[in-house]
Structures are given as C-alpha cells and as structure tokens.
Unconditional design. Structure first.
Length: 221
C-alpha cells in the first residue's frame, strides 16, 4: 500500500506539473464567438501566503482572470471556493477581498468554504448554483488545474446533470499592473473552522479527496 500510495501521488504531481490545457485561447474565443453568458463562474481557491501576508501568483492569476471574464460581461456572478485547510485563512474569503478591490461588486460574489480539494471546489460550488437555479456555469482557473479537473467535470455531468464549460486563463490577456498590489484586511478572512488537513488527515484520505472520492453526491451543504 505505501508503494501504491507513493505512485499515485507521483502520478498526480507529474500531471499537475507537465499537463495543462493546450491552446487555452481557443476556449475563450469560443465563449466570445458564441456570445455565451453564464449564471456564474466557479473559481477554485488556493492558500493565502500567511508568512508574507500577500496573495500568491496563482491566486492573483485566478482572481484577475475572473475579473477579466466579469469585465467582458460573460457572467452574472462569481463563486469563489475553498476553506481554511492549510492555514487559518479561508481561501474563498481572501479571494473575495481581493476581488472587491479589483472592482467586482460584493453582491455578485458567492462563497463556498466547505471544499478542501479542487474536485470539491467544483462540487460544492455547484450546490450553490443549484440552490440559486443557476444552470449555465463555467470553471475559470489556470490551464493546469483546468486539465486536472476536466475528467471530473464529465463526472459532474453524469452525476448531477450539470454541464460546466471551461475557460482556462490566457496569460497574454492579463498584463501586469501597478495596481496588482492591493491592500486588504486579511483578518476578515480568518476562519474559526481551520482544519489543517496535513496534520489531521491521513495521506490516503487526502488522496481520495484530491480524486473526489470523499464527496457525498446526495449531500449539499
């Protein structure tokens, strides 16, 4: 079992590093050409850099890409997903604080603080969507995570009947700006439900979570 577990973790690592959606621009162009419009876009979280008190490059990319899609008028709402699982800061709340600073209205931002893994980001965000009768959804994140979740999105279609489009980020559309260094009050994102999955969950349990095996498909919070 230990060898099998290590092999599975290595496979996930290799996938996350070497595999990404090819030609992400074509997905955005499809949205543009077909004049698609979504009830909501799903944006998975990433841990806040507690030591520096700043957002990581990955979080910045995901929030800025969500802002880009918002500014283009392709969505009515944004769902940020991610709980406090690696440190005391709720990922979705931190992302909301930054999103508001970029100019996205707070009233159009919804939060899922239940998810511990990428697959759960999608699933629990879909619960929010279903409760609001939203059926036109898209996953908006970086090309690497998009690739990792593409198979899970097919499972979402089978299990929940939801078709979730993908709009991986196009780096060339996101030019650096002096305004990227936003100031937020990170204390507002401190969670009382910090889980610390590294020290409280076994590797096999976390692996199952990564693969979406811990999801109860009959339950929505």
């Amino acid at each position: 079992m230990p060898l099998l577990l290590k092999a599975l973790f290595l496979l996930i690592l290799i996938t996350s590093i070497s595999c990404k959606i090819r030609k992400p621009k074509k997905y955005f162009n499809k949205v543009k050409e077909q004049k698609k419009h979504y009830d909501a876009i799903i944006v998975p979280g990433v841990p806040f850099l507690e030591e520096s008190g700043k957002w990581s490059d990955i979080m910045k990319l995901r929030v800025k890409w969500a802002k880009f899609i918002w500014d283009k008028g392709y969505t009515d709402n944004i769902i940020f997903s991610g709980g406090a699982v690696y440190n005391k800061y709720s990922e979705c709340k931190i992302m909301k604080l930054y999103a508001i600073e970029t100019g996205i209205p707070a009233k159009n931002i919804y939060l899922d603080s239940t998810a511990e893994h990428s697959t759960e980001n999608v699933y629990y965000s879909s619960c929010i969507a279903l409760k609001n009768n939203w059926t036109k959804l898209a996953l908006v994140t970086d090309p690497y995570q998009t690739k990792m979740l593409k198979r899970f999105l097919k499972k979402m279609k089978r299990k929940k009947g939801l078709i979730i489009d993908i709009i991986p980020s196009v780096y060339e559309y996101l030019t650096p700006s002096e305004n990227d260094n936003y100031t937020i009050d990170s204390k507002k994102a401190i969670s009382s439900n910090f889980i610390d999955i590294i020290n409280t969950q076994s590797k096999i349990h976390r692996l199952k979570g990564t693969l979406g095996k811990n999801i109860d498909w009959n339950y929505c919070p």
